[in-house]
Design a protein around this ligand. Structure first.
Ligand SMILES: [Zn+2]
Length: 162
């Protein structure tokens, strides 16, 4: 396993659409392991393959709910409600901004054995799924930010309208 370099906003690769994974290979397994290591090292709760320079539809998520999620070729198939709050991205370190997301999503994906499964998420997990799946489409959360980006850790609390 190895920590990979995280691409920073402004890097072209973050604007490109990712290709679906067709089969699991040793190389892709290594990529997934490296994505977890890179995400934990950066104290992130989600990472998408293009953030480490690979245009494949792979997402890793760990929102501290006791699970490590790997979503391959994910597709959001249901969503409900809304949540408004600060969101950040490992590709834009030190910043955060207010984004409204669904409060519930259901996603269909393949796991690391290429077996289909569905995952339902609420709150932070729903937010992380939406954020990471958007990366696979070449979209950054900054396109959705309401108001100004602020320094992470200095978010004015009164502006959070949950
Ligand atoms: Zn991100």
């Amino acid at each position: 396993m190895a920590v990979r370099q995280i691409r920073i906003m402004g890097d072209d690769i973050l604007t490109k659409k990712c290709k679906p994974v067709k089969e699991m290979t040793r190389r892709t397994m290594e990529l997934i392991e490296d994505m977890f290591e890179t995400m934990y090292e950066a104290n992130g709760c989600g990472l998408a393959a293009p953030q480490v320079g690979v245009l494949k539809q792979i997402v890793t998520i760990d929102v501290d709910d006791g699970n490590q999620y790997v979503l391959i070729n994910p597709e959001i198939i249901a969503q409900d409600g809304s949540q408004t709050g600060y969101e950040g991205c490992l590709s834009l370190p030190g910043k955060s901004g207010i984004v409204t997301r669904p409060n519930y999503v259901k996603v269909k994906a393949l796991d690391e054995n290429m077996e289909p499964f569905e995952l339902e998420g609420e709150g932070l997990l729903a937010r992380a799924i939406c954020h990471e799946v958007a990366h696979l489409e070449g979209q950054m959360y900054v396109e959705l930010v309401e108001g100004e980006l602020v320094d992470a850790g200095a978010e004015p609390e009164e502006e959070i309208a949950e």
